[in-house]
Design a protein around this ligand. Structure first.
Ligand code: MV4
Length: 455
């Protein structure tokens, strides 16, 4: 087992990893930018080294400085967390070159899953259902017409260099195709410097459902059921839950088996997530594979009673995954992301100093956070302040608990998404469990916040 792990990250995930390392008896090295000098991950780590000025490119993305710290402090492994270098294939390769274990997959695996077309081809070969679409890029309007007839309207055109919802254009029927195709290529060229577009069947009212997976160095793989991440605003997840209110036992078995097949087919090592789009008839289609621990790994931990960061570290240290899993009695978990953003002002970022803080506690409430009263939120990084995770026997009880927890959560000095979460827990469509990724386009949360006197 590793003696010392460098955590190449900041904020709540750096703390999350430090905590598990401490419980495993592993020494920890924190790296930080000058803007994070007073951050908790610096204080909680056994050692801490400044790696540069605030800008990410000069600090948390500065591979040279991070590697230098690993060498200087004699770290035998690096945990990248999520974001920053977590899915940087070059960094994974660099760790291998310096004989420092990257706690994640090898560079080539990250590269393969990071390329949308390669990932889809790999999954098709593995027998994982993929969204029907064009064979690679659509090179001409003639090809576009033929593909659209074969696939069947509605179709969606996606920029191959796009992602996260950017560079997508829906085409409902033949007469809209030519213009949409030309616009999609022009916009892709302008936005991404690459005008390549591909076509897929448009999945109407999709659910974003992802399967937590783990694979070890011996070709063994398993899954830890699903998470429903359909509550998103402009492709930013705000609320995640496990299990999904949309998935029944039969669908869970099918999606879990497909995800495990995928992991085994690519000989995947580490924890990861297979993302699917699920349509209203419960057909599921591979969307992408994330080769990192995710923000929302917590809801899986809560319903599985399982430390996923510990599993990621033990897999990296060569421990097999077999026999690690059992399925405790069914629990439900919901995570709400508390960001320094103003829901009454288009979720505009709201950095600044936290003048007062009270975090919710009590039975079934977990708060993963790095903030404290007096902490100044730097404007350089993402706006997430805390994750509130509630667990209960049923989804209904979980929603009641989350509402109670959010009512208790006091953060003064900056605007936060707390009022949004409070009114969401009262939203009928959300409470019914019958919602898809379009929920927040239908929910007038601004009026709801004002009517609740939270604005
Ligand atoms: C789709 C889709 C419907 N049909 N592809 C959005 C970002 C990227 N992950 C893929 N996305 C979508 N791709 C087909 N063929 C609908 C979306 C989509 C979406 C997907 C997951 C979660 C939220 C979403 C919000 C809007 C659109």
């Amino acid at each position: 087992m590793f003696k010392k792990v460098l955590i190449a990250n900041r904020g709540e995930i750096a703390l999350r990893i430090i905590r598990t390392c401490k419980e495993m008896g592993i020494k920890t090295v924190a790296v930080y930018s000058t803007a994070d000098r007073d951050s908790l991950h610096v204080r909680f780590a056994d050692e801490a080294v400044c790696i540069g000025p605030p800008k990410s490119k000069d600090s948390y993305l500065n591979m040279k400085n991070i590697m230098a710290v690993a060498e200087l402090t004699n770290a035998d492994a690096i945990h990248p967390g999520y974001g920053f270098l977590a899915e940087n294939a070059e960094f994974s390769d660099l760790c291998a070159q310096y004989k420092i274990k990257f706690i994640g997959p090898k560079g080539d695996m990250i590269r393969a899953m990071g390329d949308k077309i390669t990932a889809k081809e790999t999954m098709l070969k593995a027998g994982v259902p993929c969204i029907p679409g064009s064979e690679g890029l659509v090179e001409s309007i003639e090809d576009a017409k033929k593909d659209a007839v074969r696939i069947g309207y509605p179709v969606i055109l996606k920029a191959t260099a796009g992602g996260g919802g950017k560079g997508m254009r829906i085409v409902w029927d033949e007469k809209g195709l030519e213009n949409a195709y030309n616009m999609a290529r022009t916009e892709a060229g302008a936005s991404f410097g690459n005008d390549g577009v591909y076509m897929e069947k448009f999945i109407v009212e999709p659910h974003h459902i992802e399967i937590q997976v783990a694979g070890d160095q011996y070709g063994e793989a398993c899954h830890l059921s699903e998470r429903d991440c359909s509550v998103q605003r402009r492709h930013q997840k705000l609320v995640e839950e496990a299990p999904s209110p949309f998935v029944d036992e039969a669908l869970r078995k099918k999606m879990g088996a497909a995800a495990v097949k995928a992991v085994k087919a690519i000989n995947y090592e580490s924890v990861g997530t297979v993302e699917f789009l699920v349509d209203r008839d419960k057909n599921f289609y591979f969307m992408e594979m994330n080769t990192r621990i995710q923000v929302e790994h917590t809801v899986t931990e809560e319903v599985m009673d399982f430390d996923l960061i510990k599993e990621q570290i033990t897999i990296a240290a060569g421990t097999p995954i077999s026999g690690m899993l059992y399925f405790p009695e069914k629990m439900h978990a919901i995570e709400c992301r508390v960001n320094a953003e103003d829901p009454l002002n288009n979720f505009a970022p709201s950095p600044g100093k936290i003048t007062a803080l009270h975090t919710p506690k009590g039975y079934g409430v977990r708060v993963d956070t790095h903030i404290y009263a007096g902490y100044t939120i730097p404007p350089y990084y993402d706006s997430m302040l805390a994750k509130v995770i509630c667990r209960a026997k049923t989804r209904e009880e979980c929603i009641v608990k989350m509402k109670r927890a959010m009512d208790e959560f006091i953060i003064e000095g900056v605007k936060t998404t707390i009022p949004f979460h409070i009114v969401l827990m009262d939203n009928e469509e959300f409470r019914s469990g019958k919602f898809d990724t379009g929920l927040l386009e239908r929910f007038d949360y601004v009026s709801a916040i004002k009517e609740a006197g939270l604005g």
